[in-house]
Design a protein around this ligand. Structure first.
Ligand SMILES: O=C(O)CNC(=O)[C@H](CS)NC(=O)CCC(=O)C(=O)O
Length: 268
């Protein structure tokens, strides 16, 4: 089973870990279980400087998260947490197994340097975040998992590359703005699921945060046919699904869009 947690992370990493611990206690006892967390679940801070301070201690938090994986016997897609690199940080999505080992790391490739009329002003993620360069697909007991983060959702070439790389389940941990979320979130996620004929699991930040931002929520799980399997509009909580990979491969067999593809994006 796969679940996505909807969170409302604050500025304090220790408090966010405690919120995570509380939420894990509410989950089904089904195993194996993959728990997907939103972008910036560890720290959703007021400034790049605050996030950088946490990024410099990321090892400490990674150990705590690994311990939660062992304690609850879960795999965990740790949305993003910041990992220091020179004087910036990577927005890293780490996949932990139920032994607490990090089995994959994807670093957010597309950075949100965008003006949004949401009262927050201009977003300039690249001022403090170092963009990643590598796509990541990793095998797991749940299927082959492709990793993306939030604004990556707008770049179909990445999703197409993940699908060609074997992905069956694509994760989109997010902290969408309320304005862009209302306009674009569900249509883009649905399109990516249909185009790649993959499960799309999007765990989201939701609500009014300590850092002054508001996020869209609406965590959602979409099937390779484009059906919404589960959704949570507001508040803290979780959604879940039991992926049916036989159905996924039947969809790909009956409508072989990948082998019909004539335009192949070149990444980089
Ligand atoms: O900065 C942090 O602490 C957490 N990171 C975020 O909130 C990121 C970068 S500012 N947000 C997005 O990518 C929103 C994308 C979006 O809303 C869209 O594509 O419309």
């Amino acid at each position: 089973m796969i679940v996505a947690l909807q969170m409302c992370s604050g500025v304090c990493a220790d408090a966010n870990i405690e919120q995570l611990n509380q939420q894990l206690q509410q989950l089904p006892t089904t195993r194996p279980l993959l728990v997907c967390l939103p972008e910036s679940f560890l720290v959703f801070s007021k400034s790049g400087q605050q996030t950088l301070a946490i990024a410099k201690q990321s090892d400490v938090y990674i150990q705590q998260i690994a311990e939660l994986c062992r304690q609850y016997d879960i795999w965990l897609a740790a949305g993003t947490l910041p990992i220091a690199t020179n004087n910036k940080y990577l927005a890293a999505s780490l996949l932990f197994n139920n032994q607490g080992d990090v089995v994959a790391q994807y670093n957010k490739m597309h950075l949100f340097d965008v003006d949004v009329a949401d009262g927050t002003g201009a977003y300039r993620e690249s001022n403090y975040t170092q963009a990643g360069n590598d796509i990541v697909v990793v095998d797991s007991p749940f299927g082959k998992i492709g990793l993306t983060v939030c604004y990556d959702l707008r770049f179909s070439g990445l999703f197409s590359a993940l699908q060609r790389g074997g992905a069956e389940i694509i994760l989109v941990p997010s902290a969408f703005t309320t304005v862009t979320g209302a306009a674009h979130w569900q249509p883009l996620l649905t399109a990516r699921a249909i185009e790649t004929q993959s499960y799309v699991i999007a765990a989201a930040q939701a609500g009014q945060h300590e850092n002054g931002r508001a996020t869209y929520g609406h965590s959602i799980i979409i099937s390779p046919w484009g059906d919404v399997l589960s959704e949570l509009a507001d508040g803290i909580g979780f959604i879940g699904c039991q992926p049916d990979l036989n159905r996924l491969h039947a969809i790909r067999r009956d409508m072989p869009v990948q082998s019909h593809q004539r335009f192949r994006e070149q990444l980089l």
